[in-house]
Design a protein around this ligand. Structure first.
Ligand code: CMC
Length: 436
């Protein structure tokens, strides 16, 4: 880490000795104040629930400038990656730090393809679930279940093991998501076909049946690939931090990723795409565009707990760059399918326009995030709403594993162990039952 010449000084109004704190500079972004010695020297902790001002690690993978609305993977803008690379190039970049050359690209595709099948026993594991189980419940179980199948890639202190676990996870996630879908609709599983692209193979496993081959539509396959690229990593978000914290105990890498899947499920995080589409459908049922005003009134009413799903972000205080790309993809997909007049898309555009002009959203810097449009694209492709978050998990797996592996290789890494401000009862004695 690059130490700055400037130091921060922490002083106390009660006359306790002040303390100098080192400051480090990143390559871009805010400097950080190193408080690691604070407790040792002052006996005090810092208090920052929700990590509003706390960097939990150093990382060289992804950078977001929330005010500019900029997202960089290893320095490359998301717009350039989404238009000039495919998802597997992006995976390579996130894992190894550089884009692959032609040879590396060929080798990497071959390596990932070698691992697309899952152990045949996985389907019996899947059978234990109810057919109507939520796909994220199933995925949490299946990804955790991988840890019971792949014993030769579970020593996280061994870099080779870490790499094999990364490749296995990237390769098997599409197979598992498609299996979870096929199981839910009672169709036979479709095995991976390794001469297809990563996105094309996933769509075939989702939509082919043993009696009818899937005919790929290039626009839809490209759209799916773009969804994967846009969701591949996003800095130290809730699920990534969960994976890091879980992995910091030295646990099995598949188990750490399962923890990320569980965290992603929530509607404030990956579950927002599902919640957003449900919201659009509800407004449509209420009367569509004409009822937007009533809906916005509810959103602004703090007692209603209604939120405009797909709007707002902890880091972006500008238009989410992924939302712009997803909006473009939405146009392409709907026009390729002859759905230009799709009522939900029209509703989403009207809602976006009104929200972008409304003082409530403007003053709070609430802009559309990626989930505002990704649900419409997925629904048009034929993905059921309940599967949206599982597809997000599929795409985010590379980010999780890249971040986990970065943490383990970091000499400064320690098991994560936050402190607390205790506000409960002080020590007291247990009274006998008759006196309680
Ligand atoms: N609708 C209405 N009000 C909102 C919204 C929203 N979507 N988002 C934030 N606000 C209000 C919030 O009530 C608060 O108002 P006030 O200052 O009057 O109390 C203000 O804006 C600041 O919000 P916050 O809750 O302090 O912001 P946060 O950083 O804690 O929350 C968020 C970020 C993403 C959880 C939140 O914006 C939200 O719940 N959005 C809807 C869910 C969503 O779309 N999530 C997907 C995020 S993108 C995918 C991903 O990366 O996981």
């Amino acid at each position: 880490m690059n130490a700055s010449d400037v130091k921060a000084t922490l002083s106390f109004s009660d006359g306790s000795p002040s303390m100098d704190l080192p400051i480090y500079k990143g390559s871009i972004g805010p400097d950080v104040i190193d408080i690691r010695k604070l407790y040792g020297q002052t006996g005090k902790f810092t208090y920052d629930p929700g990590f509003l001002s706390t960097a939990s690690c150093q990382s060289a993978i992804t950078y977001i400038d929330g005010d500019k609305g900029e997202l960089l993977y290893r320095g490359y803008p998301i717009e350039q990656l989404a238009t000039g690379c495919d998802f597997l190039d992006t995976c390579y970049l996130l894992l190894y730090g550089e884009l692959p050359n032609e040879q590396q690209q060929r080798d990497f595709h071959k390596l990932v393809n070698n691992h697309t099948m899952v152990n045949e026993q996985m389907q019996f594991f899947l059978r234990g679930f109810r057919r109507d189980a939520h796909p994220m419940a199933v995925m949490t179980g299946l990804v955790g279940g991988l840890s019971a199948f792949y014993h030769d890639s579970t020593d996280i202190n061994n870099p080779k093991h870490r790499e094999i676990a990364a490749i296995r996870l990237i390769a098997k996630m599409p197979t598992l998501v498609a299996m979870a879908y096929k199981y839910s609709i009672g169709q036979p599983y479709i095995y991976p076909k390794n001469d297809l692209s990563y996105a094309g193979n996933f769509m075939r496993m989702m939509f082919a049946t043993p009696c009818e081959e899937y005919v790929p539509n290039d626009v839809l396959v490209r759209a799916m690939d773009r969804i994967f690229i846009l969701h591949a990593d996003h800095e130290q978000n809730a699920s990534t931090s969960t994976v890091r914290l879980c992995g910091s105990s030295g646990t099995n890498p598949f188990a750490a990723i399962a923890a990320g899947v569980a965290c992603l499920w929530g509607p404030a995080h990956g579950g927002a795409n599902e919640a957003c589409l449900n919201m659009l459908e509800e407004i449509q049922q209420m009367g569509g565009v004409e009822k937007i005003g009533d809906f916005i009134k509810q959103v602004k009413d703090k007692t209603s707990s209604v939120k405009l799903m797909g709007f707002g972000h902890r880091v972006y205080k500008n238009y989410d760059p992924r939302a712009k790309l997803m909006r473009e993809t939405c146009h392409e997909v709907l026009s390729a399918l002859g759905l230009e007049n799709d009522p939900l898309f029209k509703l989403a555009m009207a809602l976006e326009k009104i929200a972008l002009e409304d003082e409530y959203f403007v003053s709070r810097k609430l802009y559309p995030n990626v989930d505002f449009y990704s649900g419409i694209v997925q629904r048009a492709i034929g993905i059921p709403v309940s599967l949206f978050t599982a597809i997000f998990a599929l795409a985010r797996t590379v980010g999780w594993i890249a971040q986990l592996n970065e943490m383990i290789a970091d000499p400064e890494y320690k098991i994560g162990r936050p402190r607390q401000l205790f506000v409960g009862a002080e020590r007291r004695d247990v009274p006998p039952l008759s006196a309680r």
